[in-house]
Design a protein around this ligand. Sequence first.
Ligand SMILES: CC(C)(COP(=O)(O)OP(=O)(O)OC[C@H]1O[C@@H](n2cnc3c(N)ncnc32)[C@H](O)[C@@H]1OP(=O)(O)O)[C@@H](O)C(=O)NCCC(=O)NCCS
Length: 172
Amino acid sequence: MTWASHAIAGVPMPAQIEVRSSTFDDRQAIYDILVRSGVFGRGDAECVDEMFVETWLSSREDNYRWLSCWCDGQMIGFACYGPESLTDRTWDLFWICVSPEARGKGAGRALIAEAEAQARRAGGRVMVIYTSSTPKYAPARRLYESAGFVRVAVVPDYYAEDDDLNIYWKRL
Ligand SMILES: CC(C)(COP(=O)(O)OP(=O)(O)OC[C@H]1O[C@@H](n2cnc3c(N)ncnc32)[C@H](O)[C@@H]1OP(=O)(O)O)[C@@H](O)C(=O)NCCC(=O)NCCS
């Protein structure tokens, strides 16, 4: 799927953003995007890397799905999503991250839209996203809200003292 990012008067050519299924070759780029995110640490990157490798080693029906976002030959973001086990067609968006220099151009929106579309095509009923209440996740919360997700629950002090869990929900 290709999206033209928002055209702004005076800017020569809007960048073409393309979202496609990740390949195993995207492994290092995903790791690097996480480490440079300013939000996630190396521990998070290791955790995502394990999930990524597990995906290619397993053929389970409820496996993780991965999307990579490209612009001008560069991988600028990724998303990981998939069906939540032991539910009836509930899908989760587990991870989403865009390179700092590529933010604000619609990549996050394009990744979510494609994850939703794929989940819908696979029979998904609802999609859920967990995120933190802290200021550094404000762009993520705004992205989810602008994509039509509704904050349906807050679990106080879930991640840490003064760091609540926000649960976002959308019917697919
Ligand atoms: C959250 C994140 C993925 C957004 O990616 P992005 O490519 O910058 O988002 P987009 O350009 O597609 O913006 C999508 C919407 O979110 C809003 N948004 C995104 N970042 C914003 C910011 N910093 N301030 C205000 N609004 C913002 C945009 O206004 C836009 O809404 P609109 O389409 O109604 O105008 C990116 O900031 C990121 O990687 N953050 C670090 C990782 C992270 O927090 N991941 C989520 C963990 S739960």
